[in-house]
Design a protein around this ligand. Structure first.
Ligand SMILES: Cc1cccc(C(=O)NCC2(NC(=O)c3cccc4nocc34)CCCC2)c1
Length: 250
């Protein structure tokens, strides 16, 4: 899958291109990441990419023209990478507090795209006319104030790349992902057996896989009910899970 990132701080992205599961997926060419700096598309000596806002007020606004050239260049790279750019298979996505909140169903949908062009804001934001003309979707990672869209872009890339086929070593872990069934995760344990006198639930040592699966599911349910009633309200249990839930009530 092809990713183009448009950012005035491309160096930030080494955090994901050089490390971990995502770094390995890139090395294995399961994903490719093109970093595009709008400053390279400026024409003045100061390589200006921001200006004072019309209407006054604090801060600076990112100018439309360098971003436009960066987006058109990104589309070219996407075409060269084999993406069907003009039929929605490689959308321009603006990371923005005004965007749709990122969730796992959106991640699953994005993982089926040919590619994505991720646009990262800085300062007070981007000239609205650029957004209106080129942005296909806006995504937010949450309701808090940040200094830029780069970390949100890395969150989106991390969540999408880990869902690409063959990226997660043990695909089962991706399937078992609690967010796949809309629940919070169960507790996890590993060696040593005794940690300051705190031991491991017996069922996990029993080797009884059906009981273990049931225990894990019921732990997910208890946690979700306690911590995220909003998620619990939306949860629709599968057949086997319905049976296990009856036992929880008993
Ligand atoms: C709740 C709120 C209201 C008003 C402004 C801001 C704010 O943080 N404005 C600053 C910027 N924020 C983000 O880009 C950003 C922030 C948060 C989540 C995100 N998910 O994607 C991009 C995201 C926008 C231009 C430069 C950074 C936040």
């Amino acid at each position: 899958m092809f990713f183009a990132v448009i950012s005035i701080l491309p160096e930030m992205f080494t955090a994901m291109t050089d490390f971990g599961v995502v770094g390995r997926a890139i090395k294995r060419q399961q994903a490719s990441v093109a970093l595009i700096n709008p400053r390279d598309f400026t024409t003045d000596n100061y390589r200006r990419i921001d200006e004072r806002p019309f209407g006054g007020g604090p801060g600076m606004v990112m100018m439309a023209e360098p971003l436009e050239k960066a987006i058109l260049h990104a589309k070219d790279l996407a075409r060269q990478a084999g993406c069907r750019v003009d039929d929605g298979a490689c959308p321009v996505v603006y990371l923005s507090p005004q965007g749709k909140q990122l969730d796992e169903p959106s991640v699953v949908q994005m993982a089926s795209l040919d590619g994505m062009i991720l646009l990262c804001g800085r300062y007070e934001g981007i000239d609205e006319r650029l957004l209106k003309r080129y942005v296909d979707a806006e995504i937010s990672i949450g309701d808090y104030v940040l200094t830029g869209g780069e970390l949100p872009a890395m969150v989106v890339m991390d969540s999408v790349i880990r869902r690409l086929p063959q990226v997660m070593g043990d695909d089962l872990s991706a399937l078992q992902d609690s967010f796949v069934d809309g629940l919070l995760d169960c507790p996890h344990y590993t060696k040593p057996l005794d940690f300051h006198g705190d031991t491991v639930p017996d069922v996990l040592l029993s080797g009884h896989h059906a009981n273990i699966a049931k225990w894990r599911f019921l732990e997910q349910v208890k946690r979700t009910q306690a911590r995220r009633p909003d998620l619990w309200a939306k949860f629709s249990p599968a057949k086997q899970q319905l049976k296990w839930l009856k036992d929880l009530k008993d």
